[in-house]
Design a protein around this ligand. Structure first.
Ligand code: H79
Length: 457
């Protein structure tokens, strides 16, 4: 088998290898982040995926648009990325000792939830167990869990209570891949090991679904080394829905689930007839778990642009924080989210509950839509006027959202021009023009290229 590294995997994804369906990718990379799900075992999917009332279960989630991802575990103590244990080949018994320094300060999760709320986020998804195998929750199935080790308490419980108290919907991340469990790798070719490991996994998920009240999202991750049949994913989802009838689940246990999960890039509308949702998950620097040396932070403007881009395509944006071992959030993340929150306070209504927006082409703006209202989010303010090429819908009126200043519209066949704008951008990060159209706004830029009258040679 030609194994590939995670770095190569992402490079290949960038080069479109997944789209081309390069043979072997699915083989070596059983749990590659996929969008939409491509490697689902059809027999399992037919058997049971998720209940048929998907639209009802997902209504709040589509409305919410913006969530906080939290990677918290022993790697938060180490501060060298959540893959350090494997990528640095750290001996398991040595790694396990990190629990002694894993002492989240009281109220740590309250601070997360407050920041999420301030940023305009509506839900949170926390790692209950990452690839390292350490369980942040109470269970009888292993001693390798927070209440029985260093922390001495149930961190998931504290998270759930904090999230709820700030009005956040609650999600659980759970990594199927496990670097600590003795059967976590040999399960691929040893049936007795597979039986034990799948029972263990289903048991932990049962604990998570049983002890914390209503849970809104279950976010599976990396299914290596098994497929849907091996994981008994159909049975897994059925158990989850028996215990949590209103929950939504993602696609990373190798079944399609309720939503797909493009990782580190903005996705787009799913295939026609697919009524699942999609959610882009992204880091604020280049690491999910706390990585003290990673200084590659995104700007608040980039984060706002990505959120707008997700909303334009009818998707959600799950933005990550990687707290330190004591639970505190790295200062750059606080700074970025605070700035994003200020923007969301004034402009959130252009994001929450927005409809898929067909208009999308501009070199200095992004777009969202609600009914016949088009929101043009200008993040690189060119001054004096902005224009949309190929807008096929008649514009009735336009104004600057925050100041209410009416904007003049000059619309000809191939161009809608909005004039008399201030020289300087009225708002930080992105100024929004609220554009009332005669029908659902539609743009056709190819038409501009092909049909706009040209000059002679
Ligand atoms: O939790 C964060 C990452 O640590 C996790 N997902 C986000 C949310 C993640 N882990 N790995 N990946 C994302 C990329 C996928 C790598 C893999 Fe493979 C593909 C793992 C299994 C298949 C490469 C090939 C590594 C093992 C085999």
């Amino acid at each position: 088998m030609a194994e590939i590294s995670r770095r190569d995997y992402f490079k290949l994804m960038g080069a479109g290898a997944a789209a081309l369906g390069i043979a072997g990718m699915n083989f070596a990379c059983k749990s590659a982040p996929e969008h939409p799900a491509t490697s689902t075992n059809p027999t399992e999917a037919e058997e049971f995926n998720t209940p048929p009332n998907r639209e009802q279960r997902m209504a709040w989630w589509h409305q919410a648009r913006f969530g906080m991802f939290i990677h918290f575990g022993l790697y938060s103590v180490l501060g060298r990325h959540e893959w350090a244990m494997e990528e640095e080949g750290i001996p398991v018994v040595e790694y396990m000792k990190l629990d002694q320094q894993f002492k989240p300060k009281p109220g740590f999760a309250k601070a997360w939830a407050r920041l999420a709320k301030q940023a305009g986020m509506k839900y949170m998804v926390m790692t209950t167990k990452h690839h390292e195998g350490f369980c942040n929750f109470a269970t009888d199935l292993t001693t390798y869990c927070a209440p029985k080790q260093g922390p001495g308490r149930d961190l998931v419980k504290e998270y759930v209570e904090a999230a709820r108290s700030e009005g956040m919907r609650v999600g659980f991340y759970y990594s199927l891949m496990d670097w600590h469990h003795p059967d976590g790798a040999r399960c691929a070719h040893d049936e007795a090991a597979r039986r034990r490991f799948v029972d263990y996994t289903h048991g932990l998920i049962r604990d998570l679904m049983s002890h914390y009240g209503k849970i809104d999202i279950l976010w599976y991750d990396v299914a290596w080394p098994l497929d849907a049949k091996g994981w008994e994913s159909s049975k897994m989802n059925r158990m989850v829905f028996d215990l949590q009838p209103d929950i939504i689940v993602n696609n990373r246990n190798k079944l399609p689930g309720d939503f797909s999960t493009p990782e580190q890039h903005v996705g787009g509308p799913l295939k026609k007839g697919d009524n699942r949702g999609w959610e882009t998950c992204m880091t604020m620097n280049d690491s999910w778990g706390y990585n003290k040396g990673d200084d590659d932070w995104k700007s608040p403007k980039t984060v706002v642009r990505d959120l707008i881009h997700c909303s334009q395509g009818g998707g959600n944006y799950l933005l990550n924080i990687g707290p330190m071992g004591d639970g505190s959030i790295p200062e750059p993340s606080v700074r970025i989210l605070t700035a994003v929150g200020k923007w969301m306070e004034k402009h959130g209504n252009t994001i929450y509950g927005s409809d898929i927006c067909q208009v999308r082409n501009s070199t200095y703006a992004g777009f969202t839509r609600k009914g016949n209202t088009l929101y043009m989010h200008v993040y690189f303010w060119p001054g004096e006027y902005v224009a949309i090429g190929g807008l096929k819908t008649k514009v009735n009126s336009a104004r600057i959202m925050t100041t209410g200043q009416p904007v003049k519209v000059e619309q000809s066949e191939f161009q809608a021009k909005f004039t008399g704008l201030p020289k300087k951008a009225p708002d930080d990060l992105a100024t929004v023009l609220e554009i009332e159209c005669d029908g659902e706004p539609v743009q056709d830029t190819l038409w501009v290229r092909e049909d706009r009258p040209r000059d002679g040679v």
